[in-house]
Design a protein around this ligand. Sequence first.
Ligand code: WT7
Length: 660
Amino acid sequence: MAETAKTAVLQEETRIFNTPQWIIEHSNSFQWMKKKGFKTEMEMRAWCSENYVDFWDEMAQSYADWYKPYDQILDDSKNPYFKWFLGGKINVAYNAVDRHAKSWRKNKVAYYFEGEPVGDKKAITYYELYRAVNKMANGLKSLGVEKGDRVSVYLPMIPELPITMLACAKIGAIHSVVFSGFSAGGLNSRVTDAESKVVVTSDGFYRRGKPLPLKPNVDTAVQDAPSVKNVVVVKRTGVATDMVEGRDIWYQDLVAAQSDECVTEELDPEDRLFILYTSGTTGKPKGIEHAHGGYSVAPAYTTAWALDVQEDDVFWCTADAGWITGHSYVIYGPLCLGATSILYEGSPDFPNLGRWWSIIEEYGVSVFYTAPTAIRMFMKAGDQWPAKYNLKCVRILASVGEPLNPEAYMWFRKNIGADQAPIIDTWWQTETGCHVIAPLPMTPEKPGSVAFPLPGFNTDIFDEEANSVPLGYGGNIVQKTPWPSMLRAFYKDEIRYKKEYWEMYWDVKPGTYLAGDKATRDKDGYWWIQGRIDDVLKVAGHRISNAEVESAAVSHPKVAEAAVIGKPDEVKGETIVAFVIVKEGVEETEDLKKEVAKHVRTVLGPVAYPESVYFVKDVPKTRSGKIMRRVVKAKALGKPVGDTSALANPESVEMIPLIG
Ligand code: WT7
């Protein structure tokens, strides 16, 4: 066995939680299993994965409507440029909205919107959503947006966010949502790379009781983004907003004049639905591309199977639609199922730490999907907050973004799930588009484990020589077969796509996708995620590249060089720490530390704010000049540094302070 395989499982979890029988029997996946005559969950999982092409075919027929049926399920002849559902015609907006608006679901609530100001609420039915999407689609067309054009969407969690995404999908334009927690710099790089014609934003949004401006970031970001012809501005807070004559238009004015009918484009399943930028190991964000066909199928299937969302559920995924979780589980998955979801604008602790639980109580949320960082924050705040509310409506809990530690699992289970709701810990990525490894409601759970790969996936753990490692060992998470909602490429960069995800095992097993995470399997075959193998941070579940933060720090005029690491944090998982080398003659002051941290926030946004900054004289580097972040991190955290013989400047290691 190769090196990676030596990471044996050290700690064993012995607790097992079985889901109450009524929840199991009520679940979508259990009913499918019975219908098909599988005797056990493992038998079903194995069959679906072995017969993955047929399985996905069945999912594509069950969960999506096609304008024209496809004649080939999968084309894997140009591996790793896989194509799904060839010859078909489809549009995810038809599946998410049109068909429901024309059915008995017409007056069913698609979203309960809850603004941050208490009392600011609105129920939006499928028919209302349909009309709003049509108006915005016509509005975009009136600005000259055509099929294939990119539209950047920089909006808070207000109804206009899903409406704009769906309006783009409807006319075949490609949306690129940029999380509103990125600042002008982060927005600029994403808008210029995508060459967006239009940016849709708002005057501002509410956060912790205050209206905050958003539009000024766009003004800065588009200054040198020549592709942008128009900026559409949703009036949300009413703060005074500068509008540029001829370029900027209020959303409300744009849609007011439009018809509420608009033809949905019949698209090729491989036509691109969106680009979503995510962080890799370099400073340049990767524009991950996803397609209409796959997105009409896989999010809906996993929303139904893993999260068990059903017709009469009220589903709440707390993620912001600026991240992939929002794309798949606030927008496309639940809408394709015709489900009812919550859309919440604000922070979890406004006006107090009971806000989320009050929303669950008020709307009777039955399926609740959130992130470990939030669970840990509430755990720290105490049991008294959820105890004030009636949470009996909760049937299913779920988690995503980073490992859910057993302590947080137990707290979530007891305080939110009444000791009965299963916790579906879902492992997946921006690249996968939908859940990949997760329990089903029927799966006996071990706290902290993501259980097993879902039906339809051939996920494995490889050592460095592409051998599947035995139970009890760990290595790299890989996908051995394609799946419909897989990334198709990086926008304008198919080569880097191939290099980053498919090169590692190409010579031995071509077509093996390298996920970039490590995992182990225990003796019962349960999967335990161990984290990234590359330099990518997870701060409160948000994926941030070390290199991107470093390059933001270095853009400060007094900074010569920077090395960024993640420091373990009880609530956020990791916080950002920057080691900074100042330019010749610059004085190392406490004020400068604050200035550098603030500068990074200005360049990238609050999501990338360095919690602490340290001055150093040098940072360890390889002979080719690459910063050895692993070494920096080990030294700073007081861990064994290991072999430093490959370093060009081994003496620099001693200069890294212990950061306590
Ligand atoms: C990375 C992907 C895809 C949802 C949100 C994040 C980590 C994701 C889990 C989990 C442990 C997890 C992985 C993965 N991750 N879910 N349940 N347990 N780690 O999407 O920003 O693309 O990040 O998040 O490291 O590679 P993303």
